[in-house]
Design a protein around this ligand. Structure first.
Ligand code: GLN
Length: 501
């Protein structure tokens, strides 16, 4: 039977309910936005000294907005079914009047004069923001250790990173400090931290969500994505912001389907591909065994699994680490000390000012990317590096198109490892880059993908994520499969899914 999904347990404490459950409580007039927001803020404050998720909290404003939402509920003038439900943003989304740093000293004092489209659409639906969350500087990283303001921590083990770059968002959602949040994913930055923190993370099709007001890293790869504690919430949050935006020429002018309609229809008869070239890939045994359990579960649910070959995928990381830095070097040219944020005050002339502003304002990883990108784009090397990487990108797109003629979805681990220790990979950038091995091809192709928890690794007790990759604009099939898997696994909403904080 088709129809809308139903979510069980209304009995969990408010901070552990999903946004969908909270919205139902509001609609039934059993809960007030004020009480919800206060309970979630209390949890947020309790876990913050441990996870360090925030760069800027806007709790007071959120409480005021909650009171306004309650008034709308009492007058039947609500803005949406989720009016008054709190959320938070990775600090890469531009927010009018609220400091936006992108994890960088160079934007430390910047107060944006406008809202990102994602932010204005969520505000228009009555969602209230608890604040701006930590990330690797300019979203370059996989651990939040590149944040100029210190790393966030994984609530499952605070010696470990939460992943990155949307690590603050993943840590806070996992720790019950906010039901859902917006992250961004250029090469895995929503999916990998979601996987490492045991939550759901979505990288929508390139162009599905407006990039207006999203601080640019690599413009042909960047995409905003929801992070939540259930597939249903992730789908509902995407629904709120997806769709064409005249302010972003790359946003797709197509209608957005109802992601929740039919989400519970199951996956009987669905054809799912396992990528031969992903075998190995440095995958830890504990991750491999959980993901293989997940494959068997998908089969049990009626899907047919088959091995597929995507030969170009092994070059994904190399192509990504040329294309992304090339675009970044160009995008970051705007931070020159003239227009935004930090300016080195003692320089004698404008060239020295700009160069010293950038030397002092950017961290090491950002400088590494700018140098890599500038080199890849330089005359004489352009064809050998950037040009070659673009050809690999085309091969990846073609490989995927071929695969989708025989399968509906592709599965893989989201990350080859569970959360790693703080400091473990900081001295070896290449090792850090390899954590993106399963996620970057999806950005290069522009497809949609989701990471959904598949339990805890038997090796270290840390969360493992399963990645489901869908053809462009087929988020509906992806959500349907992830939902069926999540329900059958029985993870979301259970005590087991909550980190032992
Ligand atoms: N870890 C990847 C990088 O450092 C991806 C980052 C992202 O998706 N923003 O480039």
């Amino acid at each position: 039977m088709s129809g809308r999904a139903s979510t069980p347990s209304q009995e969990a404490p408010l901070q552990w309910r999903t946004a969908t459950e909270l919205a139902r409580g509001l609609e039934a007039r059993e809960l007030s936005a004020r009480d919800i927001t206060a309970a979630i803020i209390e949890q947020s404050n309790a876990v913050e000294p441990v996870v360090r998720a925030y760069l800027k909290s806007t709790h007071e404003r959120a409480l005021e907005s909650a009171v306004a939402a309650d008034e709308r509920w009492s007058r039947d003038t609500t803005l949406s079914s989720h009016d008054g439900v709190p959320l938070a943003y990775k600090d890469i989304f531009v927010t009018r009047g609220v400091a936006t740093t992108c994890g960088s000293r160079i934007l430390e004092s910047w107060i944006p004069p406008y809202d990102a489209t994602v932010v204005s659409r969520c505000e228009g639906a009555g969602l209230t923001s608890l604040g701006k969350l930590n990330l690797d500087e300019f979203a370059m990283g996989s651990s939040t250790e590149n944040s100029a303001f210190g790393p966030s921590r994984n609530p499952w083990n605070t010696d470990c990173v939460p992943g990155g770059s949307s690590g603050g968002a993943a840590a806070l959602v996992a720790a019950g400090g906010v039901p859902w949040a917006w992250g961004t994913d250029t090469g895995g930055s929503v999916r990998q931290p979601a996987s490492l923190c045991g939550i759901v993370g979505v990288k929508p099709t390139y162009g599905r969500v407006s990039r207006y007001g999203l601080i640019a890293f690599a413009s042909s790869l960047d995409q905003a994505g929801p992070m939540a504690r259930s597939v249903e919430d992730a789908a509902a949050l995407l629904q709120m912001a997806a769709g064409h935006d005249p302010m972003d020429a790359t946003s797709i002018p197509r209608e957005v389907p109802d992601y929740l309609e039919g989400i519970d229809e199951g996956i009987s008869g669905m054809r799912i591909g396992i990528v031969k070239e992903f075998e190995g890939g440095g995958t830890q045994p504990g991750v491999r065994s959980k993901v293989e359990d997940a494959y068997r579960r998908l089969e049990k649910l009626g899907a047919s699994l088959e091995e597929i070959s995507l030969p170009s995928f092994e070059h994904g990381i190399s192509a990504y680490y040329l294309i992304a830095p090339a675009e970044a070097s160009s995008n970051l040219a705007r931070y020159d000390g003239v227009r935004y944020g930090y300016r080195q005050a003692d320089a004698a002339d404008i060239v020295a000012m700009s160069s010293r502003t950038r030397a002092e304002g950017f961290g090491d990883e950002v400088k590494r990317r700018v140098m890599l990108g500038t080199y890849a784009l330089s005359a004489g090397y352009y064809e050998a590096y950037y040009g070659k990487a673009q050809k690999v990108r085309t091969l990846i797109i073609e490989d995927l198109e071929r695969a989708y003629s025989s399968v509906d979805l592709i599965v893989s681990p989201t990350s080859p490892t569970t959360a790693f220790k703080l400091g473990e990979r900081t001295s070896n950038p290449l090792e850090m880059y390899l954590s993106d091995i399963f996620t970057v091809p999806v950005n290069l192709a522009g497809n949609a993908a989701i990471s959904v928890p598949c339990g805890l690794s038997l090796d270290d007790g840390l969360p493992v994520g399963l990645q489901l990759i869908a053809p462009a604009l087929d988020e509906k099939t992806m959500f349907r499969a992830a939902y069926a898997f999540e329900k059958d696994l029985g993870w979301a909403g259970t005590a087991e899914s909550r980190p032992p904080l």
